[in-house]
Ligand binder design. Structure first.
Ligand code: DON
Length: 307
């Protein structure tokens, strides 16, 4: 394999010139203002070496990428009891879809579609004030990335809170089935704010290391989750991490990954590397267009596909 630094640099250079960049998310007004001509990539190998290029240090709204970390926290809190509140099957529907909830007793298909992530956030909120629950999520991100400067973009959170009518519908609908325990406003408030955490590719790749290394933070040797739990979170990322684009992502990239409408994607090459790519323009399924292309190129050049 050629030198990883060179591969990452080449990918950033090749993608910078691409005319097809996708569309920035416009349903959250604050995200519609982001410049689509940005691209970042960061890869951290098993020895902790960082290869990064492009806008790899620009913070962006992590949005649904946060759902991997809230899932990790909720599993830490209530373990396998979580699976009474949310399933672990791909939905084959858009990320904000409501149709399956009626047929399936208000239990969302998986923790990564919006309904599922709201149910997971509700688990973290239980027993806490919303502010405490949010603090716990933010501190977890800071701990994983080893960076106390990570913060929430309150403007993005407020923008989504004002316009999040579908999420309010999903949460109220689940509440009617008893799947949401806390006041809907509390849970939604925490959900919008953890989606609005701003991080760079470098910080996200740092935060994802434990999933690439069997639950262990390789720099400190500290265990974040058990090997089995890391394997299971990765399995859900592979099958559900890109919504109804998950099959295509597995086909093209072949790594567990999670996208967000801010244009970020994290991916895990088990035992080898944690990866974060970012470009704000999205494809029709709401996944970063150039982010996915970057991962496809990276996997081709490194041979890291799990298949
Ligand atoms: O709830 C929402 O719609 C956003 N806060 C997150 C959605 C998202 O990132 C979907 N990912 N591609």
């Amino acid at each position: 394999m050629a030198d990883l630094d060179a591969i990452v640099r080449e990918i950033a250079e090749e993608l910078r010139a691409r005319p097809d960049r996708g569309e920035v998310a416009s349903y959250i007004p604050e995200l519609a203002r982001v410049d689509p001509n940005q691209f970042g990539l960061a890869v951290i190998d098993a020895e902790g070496r960082v290869s990064a290029a492009g806008d790899c240090d620009a913070p962006f709204s992590i949005q649904s990428v946060s759902k991997v970390f809230t899932l990790t926290l909720a599993l830490g809190k209530i373990g396998d009891r979580l699976w009474r509140r949310v399933g672990r099957e791909p939905s084959g529907s858009p990320f904000n879809s409501i149709v399956q909830l009626e047929r399936e007793n208000g239990v969302p298909r998986n923790p990564f579609i919006n309904a599922g992530a709201i149910a997971v956030t509700d688990v973290i909120v239980s027993g806490h004030k919303p502010r405490e629950a949010l603090g716990e999520i933010l501190r977890f991100m800071q701990f994983l990335a080893d960076d106390d400067s990570i913060a929430i973009d309150d403007k993005v959170a407020a923008s989504e809170q004002r316009t999040g009518f579908r999420n309010a519908a999903l949460a109220n609908y689940m509440k009617s089935f008893g799947v949401i325990e806390n006041p809907v406003d509390f849970t939604l408030g925490v959900y919008y704010h953890h989606c609005a955490i701003a991080m760079s590719c470098r910080q996200l790749a740092m935060a994802t290391r434990f999933l690439a290394h069997s639950g262990v933070q390789p720099s400190t040797g500290r265990s974040v989750v058990t090997r089995e739990r890391a394997r299971r979170i990765n399995a859900i990322m592979l099958t559900c991490g890109h919504y109804d684009g998950s099959g295509d992502f597995a086909y093209r990239v072949g790594l567990p990954g999670k996208s967000g409408v801010g244009g970020g994607i994290i991916a895990v090459a088990p035992g080898k590397a944690s990866i974060a790519a970012w470009s704000p323009g999205l494809d029709a399924a709401g996944n970063s267009h150039l982010g996915r292309l970057a991962l496809e190129m990276l996997v081709k050049r490194t041979g890291w596909s799990i298949f």
